[in-house]
Design a protein around this ligand. Structure first.
Ligand code: DGT
Ligand code: MG
Ligand code: MG
Ligand code: MG
Ligand code: MG
Length: 259
């Protein structure tokens, strides 16, 4: 078939192929969730329904899209890591990022009722921004995930003390902010413990550590049936430390060797 004279416009498309051998990370973040969480009456500082919905949506992304080996989420964000040898959509950044963002957003709406029930309707369509970052080494990728988990810890400790001072200590938000100005982690732990008898260490791991999703192999029940060759697997959620080496030693299949 002869090409139309319009065909040349295709050449204006930007080449956004991701450098090979790199892990491709897509991080999503809820757009203006400060307002979204207020309007939908999210519990402060953490809403378990919302955390469940974020995880459910991230699982949908892993199940529907190719080559995601691990995902990490906290607050209104989720990061998805494509394996470094992935050739999905020819590694085109815009294709990967938009598929992740739209699958996540539509899942967030689709599963809303499962988590929020009838009492809290979805008032308007939420959206998530996306960005792509490439990490060339296992160390860089682990440091990326460590960075997000450290962020989760710092914010959660602050928010926990802040809202405890307000909700249980009767302070105004301005007074709580003033009280916490210049305090270190140890000071915050001490306020929680000595004034409110709360041991931060025993707070739920999902809040302190965020959510890590990885693939878990299932024993193949129908191994003898010739048709079933693919070993079955499912997404498993963990709320553990990913900064230390233990997690990576326990799950050596997530990352590929650097060399
Ligand atoms: P952005 O990302 O620049 O469009 O703006 P925001 O407002 O989404 O800002 P961001 O992403 O830095 O902060 C997340 C907001 O979501 C922050 O206001 C706290 C809120 N948020 C996240 N999870 C919860 C929750 O479980 N409960 C409540 N009450 N708020 C939450
Ligand atoms: Mg932001
Ligand atoms: Mg946000
Ligand atoms: Mg955020
Ligand atoms: Mg099409």
């Amino acid at each position: 078939m002869a090409k139309s004279k319009f065909e040349y416009v295709r050449n204006f498309e930007t080449d956004d192929t991701c450098l090979r051998n790199c892990y491709i990370v897509v991080r999503l973040d809820g757009r203006n969730f400060h307002k979204f969480t207020e309007q939908h009456k999210f519990a402060k500082p953490n809403d378990n329904r919302a955390l469940g919905l974020m995880s459910r949506s991230a699982r949908s992304v892993m199940e529907e899209l190719e080559d995601i080996v691990i995902a990490y989420g906290q607050s209104d964000e989720f990061s998805f890591v494509f394996k470094r040898t992935s050739t999905w959509f020819k590694r085109r950044a815009s294709k990967l990022m938009t598929h992740v963002a739209s699958q996540f957003s539509s899942s967030y709406v689709f599963y809303w009722k499962e988590f929020f029930g009838e009492d809290q309707p979805l008032l308007y369509p939420p959206s998530f921004d996306g960005r792509v970052v490439l990490y060339p080494s296992n160390r860089n990728l682990k440091d990326y995930l460590s960075w997000r988990q450290a962020d989760c810890h710092v914010n959660n400790l602050y928010n926990t003390v802040f809202w405890t001072l307000v909700q249980k200590g009767g302070l105004t938000t301005a007074q709580a902010e003033e009280r916490l100005k210049g305090t270190l982690a140890a000071d915050k732990n001490e306020i929680l413990f000595s004034e409110f008898n709360i041991n931060y260490n025993t707070e739920p791991a999902v809040l302190k550590k965020g959510t890590t999703l990885i693939w878990e192999k299932l024993p193949n029940a129908e191994e003898k049936e010739v048709a079933v060759t693919r070993s079955r697997r499912r997404v498993q959620a963990h709320h553990c430390d990913v900064i230390g080496e233990q997690f990576w030693e326990e799950h050596p299949d997530i990352l590929e060797d650097d060399n």
